[in-house]
Design a protein around this ligand. Structure first.
Ligand code: F6P
Length: 323
């Protein structure tokens, strides 16, 4: 393989730049030409493709965001869009792809690979950590630490004012961000999509704590929780416990930015190299990941369809530690 393309797609995550850098440097190391495809599948369709040299990725390992930009492309979901994307790749002579992103990125990569057979290897880049085939995704550790930092600050003010705070964290349909935020942030309650936590049980837990002279509480709500968003949940709880003073903080996109942690830089660098190695070894339609300290390649279809389970004991830990 003499020419490969690399792109980032879907929601950005801290460490994507470190991964791009690793892909470019590993390719240069092997004598392979690398092209950066701007704005994911959208840029692929438009032919927004640039040559990347070793020095194109200098001084980016520590930066959040992605120098290749990112986008979610509706056009790529159509046959016509994918045909245009294929034609652009042909124009540049690109023989293999490295796709850095999450489930939407790999859904697209899987269809594209099935239709056009362009060898593609993925690196898991998402703060959500919801991909099967890797213990951690690139950006997850940073996002959790960013959220924890905010939760520590919220706890200070919650404590000063004897308040109950409902803190909403990202994660789409998964509670992977919420769980370590709850345990590491000393929260009394965690609400995640994977486990049912009724409003009544939240009210009961808070009332019990209040009766035992606890005066401030933190409830971590994963954005995908089935009981609703943090604002809706807080309103219901406030109604049931009028003597408490509830507030809501939605952490939002702050969780997606910032300099990647050491763990994310390591993971991104290792998986970036693994993507290029994978392409050179003839792997296709797979994502590189680390499971139990081992480098593994998992078919795209499994990464998006197989469920990654959050250790059920973590929920029990929140209960034990909030007594
Ligand atoms: O997938 C990453 C993520 O940040 C999710 O946690 C969140 O649900 C979503 O993206 C937000 O997407 P957007 O940036 O398009 O609002």
């Amino acid at each position: 393989m003499k020419k490969i393309g690399v792109f980032t797609s879907g929601g950005d995550s801290p460490g994507m730049n470190a991964c791009i850098r690793a892909v470019v440097r590993a390719a240069v190391h092997k004598g392979i030409d690398v092209y950066g495809i701007m704005r994911g599948y959208r840029g692929m369709i438009k032919g927004e493709i640039i040559r990347l040299e070793s020095n194109s990725v200098s001084n980016i390992i520590q930066k959040g965001g992605t120098i290749l930009r990112s986008a979610r492309s509706k056009e790529f979901m159509t046959k016509e869009g994918r045909r245009e994307a294929y034609e652009q790749l042909q124009k540049f002579g690109i023989e293999g792809l490295v796709a850095i992103g999450g489930d939407g990125t790999f859904t697209g990569a899987n269809i594209f690979f099935e239709e056009y057979g362009i060898p593609t290897v993925g690196a898991p880049g998402t703060i959500d950590n919801d991909l099967y085939g890797t213990d951690y995704t690139i950006g997850y550790d940073t996002a959790v630490n960013t959220a924890l930092d905010a939760i520590d600050k919220i706890r200070d003010t919650a404590d000063s004012h004897d308040r109950v705070f409902f803190v909403e964290v990202m994660g789409r349909d998964s509670g992977y961000i919420a769980m370590p935020c709850a345990i590491g942030g000393g929260a009394e309650i965690v609400m995640i999509p994977e486990t049912e936590t009724s409003i009544q049980s939240v009210v009961d837990t808070l009332r019990l704590g209040w009766d035992r002279s606890k005066t401030s509480f933190i409830v971590i709500v994963a954005e995908g929780d089935e009981e609703g968003n943090a604002t809706e949940i807080a309103a219901q709880v406030q109604k049931a416990l009028p003597y408490m003073d509830a507030r809501v903080t939605i952490l939002g996109h702050v969780q997606r930015g910032g300099a990647p942690t050491a763990a994310d830089r390591m993971l991104a660098s290792q998986l970036g190299i693994a993507c290029v190695d994978g392409l050179q070894e003839g792997r296709k339609g797979v994502m590189a990941g680390i499971m139990n300290s081992e480098l593994v390649y998992t078919p795209f279809i499994e990464t998006i369809t197989k469920q990654k389970i959050i250790n059920p004991y973590y929920a029990e830990m929140v209960n034990i530690l909030s007594v």
